[in-house]
Write a protein that binds this ligand. Structure first.
Ligand SMILES: *Cc1c(COP(=O)(O)O)cnc(C)c1O
Length: 394
């Protein structure tokens, strides 16, 4: 199964959207709500940035924790026509779900896994001379391979050195059962001029080629949003986080970007109480009440992937108001400071059963929570555990 070599766009089908799960049984406390209309909105916005280049939807790591198959189906419905995953297993899962659009595996194969690419019609990244050799040995009329050559222009993670690219392309082009569809590189940063150094190296290498593969790609989300030169004239951009409305490492002071958050992590208040001055909260007694304080216990913790680094750091949203997390985040629970026992002014009355937005609309943004935890926003959504059910809204 899988995409045939040389298949045309018309031969691929968009699988149906998953049924929308509106409600969880009332005993379920925590849920990750995934807004598929926000995802479709972000596709449109990013098309604007891509300036004619096709979006390759990066859906690795369970679509950054949003759910591999439902998200990929929704992206296909929004008109995304090619996808990227990190490893072969993720590609196989997409094929088994019925998705037959092109899928590029970004990471490096071991030679023993190359035949699996052919079997499932997955595009392979040639990121070393050894892999090029492995491709030459594995490809056959029964097991044709479509490859993208990855060039290392300075990230020093994977990739072929620029000087070795022309010869590698010549060798691959000479193989009857191998199609060299793409050539790409990956940028290490968008925060300093090194990105222009990388672009310069890549373009110089491309300029020296006799024939260039059809698909040329450089940009990930940050590069697409902040370095327009990187996408100009390219045929494809590889976009992950921005699809989900997540901006890793935002450049402060840059213009507003109209992306919508796709995920909202919601749990519930399970207990409230009033503490007297001097009383402490949670393991290790790292928070002490300075005045009479009402607190709520929320059914979420690091067992759900809600980071312990948020102890005494982050906020949560209840009835649209932000309340600080107090004391250590536990495996299954965390506590928040609701203020004085008789809420004054605009503060809402909070009681057991109320929704608590851990991040997303109605609470802090995922980016704000990530900053409080001193991490990258991707780690928040990727790190949710199997205990958190996902609920999809159209
Ligand atoms: C993950 C990844 C991307 C997507 O990155 P985002 O910043 O999420 O857009 C693109 N290219 C490569 C090689 C990647 O590993």
């Amino acid at each position: 199964m899988g995409a045939e070599v040389g298949a045309t766009e018309e031969s691929f089908t968009s699988p149906p959207l998953n049924p929308v799960l509106e409600e969880l049984p009332s005993h379920r406390m925590i849920r990750a709500e995934v807004d598929l209309s926000a995802l479709a909105h972000n596709v449109e916005v990013l098309r604007g940035y891509a300036n004619g280049a096709e979006l390759m939807g990066v859906v690795k790591a369970d679509a950054y924790g949003h759910g591999l198959v439902p998200v990929t189906r929704a992206l296909a419905h929004a008109g995304v026509k090619q996808f990227a995953v990190a490893n072969v297993q993720e590609g196989i899962e997409l094929r088994q779900s019925g998705l037959d659009w092109p899928i590029l595996v970004l990471s490096a194969p071991l030679s023993s896994s190359i035949p699996v690419y052919a079997q499932h019609g997955l595009r392979l990244t040639v990121s070393s001379l050894e892999i090029a050799k492995g491709v030459a040995e594995a490809a056959s009329p029964d097991a044709p391979l479509v490859v993208h050559v990855k060039v290392d222009t300075g990230i020093h993670r994977l990739g072929i050195a620029s000087v070795d690219v022309p010869e590698t392309l010549d060798r691959l082009d000479a193989l009857p059962d191998v199609t060299v569809e793409g050539i790409w590189t990956h940028c290490a940063t968008v925060h300093d001029d090194f990105v222009y150094e990388q672009l310069g190296r890549f373009d110089e290498m491309l300029g020296g080629l006799e024939t260039c593969p059809r698909a040329v790609h450089v940009s990930n989300s940050g590069t697409l949003l902040y370095v327009p030169e990187a996408s100009k004239g390219r045929s494809v951009v590889r976009v992950g986080g921005a699809l989900y409305g997540l901006i890793a490492d935002p450049i402060t002071g840059s213009s507003e970007i109209d992306l919508r958050p796709v995920m909202r992590l919601v749990s519930k208040v399970v207990h409230t109480q009033v503490l007297q001055p001097g009383e402490t909260v949670s393991y290790g007694r790292t928070w002490t009440a300075e005045r009479e304080t009402r607190i709520a216990t929320v059914a979420a913790g690091y067992g759900d992937g809600f980071l312990r680094a948020l102890s005494n750091r982050g906020d949560v949203g209840i009835h649209g108001v932000l309340f600080p997390i107090i004391g250590r985040v536990c495996m299954d629970m965390l506590m928040v400071d609701l203020g004085p026992p008789q809420p004054a002014g605009k503060l809402p009355i909070v009681s057991a059963g109320d929704d608590v937005v851990l991040f997303g609309p109605g609470g802090p943004s995922a980016e704000e929570t990530a900053v409080a935890a001193d991490t990258l926003v991707y780690e928040l959504t990727c790190g949710l555990t199997a205990r958190v059910p996902k609920v999809y809204h159209l």
